[in-house]
Write a protein that binds this ligand. Structure first.
Ligand code: SF4
Length: 268
């Protein structure tokens, strides 16, 4: 049986013990990770050597996520390079500096030159590169409506909502729980407007892109109830971004803030 990069076909050749010795919760999860290029077949100590030899001969893992992101960034640069930056600036809420566009992301300036190259005084990583370049292509300059919607209620957002809850809202809630006031002070350093009292309900208004505000509402745990953290978007996000961009920005922020908090602060 050929596996054809199909996790189910690979799963059928695994021991099926769900023993977790590969550090994943099940053989099915292991099959998906191998197909995605995140795990090697040799990470399963129970795989029959004859099956391993056969699979290694026929199996071609997918390209890594980093390679795919680099390709995508290259494509976006080419598309952006053909745009009229002077005409775009006000629609994007950006500023023209010479022939380059300057876009504010969480209060930090990112410069896009006419060749589509991105630079900043901050570290430039894919989570900001991809949505920033895409922003030039999709933002229609819609004015804010003051109507805040969760991901699931945005146009095309329902398909992204489960992953958004798992990869963005959950890790941010865990950071708020662990670091308390340090978390909200960090948001303020990224120009978030934070309201509410320490140890009480907090609301933060963030601007990862000039015309794409995020509203983050946090309720701390109390009387046996878990904390909650919800991110909502102004309805204008339907014209000024895509759900994938919103997800990418929020997951990148969660990752970046976790690194900063772990290096600077002690969990409470
Ligand atoms: S180590 Fe192998 S048998 Fe155990 S859960 Fe992982 S894939 Fe399944």
């Amino acid at each position: 049986m050929k596996i054809n990069n199909n996790p189910l076909q690979l799963y059928k050749l695994l021991p099926g013990d769900n023993c977790r010795q590969c550090y994943l919760p099940s053989c099915m999860a292991f099959a998906a990770a191998v197909i995605a290029g995140e795990k090697r077949l040799t990470a399963c100590p129970r795989l029959d050597p004859a099956v391993l030899a056969r699979l290694e001969a026929e199996f071609c893992p997918r390209r890594s996520l980093a390679d795919e992101q680099a390709d995508r960034i290259g494509e976006l640069r080419q598309q952006v390079a053909g745009l009229d930056f002077a005409a775009l600036a006000s629609r994007l809420g950006a500023v023209l500096r010479g022939e380059s566009l300057v876009i504010s992301c969480l209060g930090k300036d990112f410069v896009i030159d006419p060749a589509g190259r991105l630079s900043s005084e901050c570290h430039v990583n894919p989570w900001v590169q991809l949505p920033l370049l895409r922003y030039l292509l999709v933002c229609q300059g819609a004015a804010e409506r003051g109507e805040w919607l969760p991901m699931a209620e945005l146009a095309q957002g329902a398909a992204v909502a489960p992953l958004f809850a798992k990869r963005c809202e959950l890790p941010l809630r865990q950071l708020a729980d662990r670091f308390g006031e340090d978390f909200f002070e960090l948001l303020s350093m990224f120009r978030a407007k934070v309201e509410g009292e320490p140890d009480g309900d907090r609301v933060a208004l963030l601007r990862p892109l000039p015309r794409v505000p995020f509203r983050l509402a946090y309720q701390p745990p109390e009387e046996g109830l878990d904390s909650t953290l919800r991110i909502t978007f102004d309805r204008s996000a339907e014209q000024n971004a895509t759900p994938e961009m919103l997800h990418f920005l929020a997951s990148g922020m969660a990752e970046m803030w976790e690194k900063i908090l772990q290096s600077l602060c002690h969990p409470r």
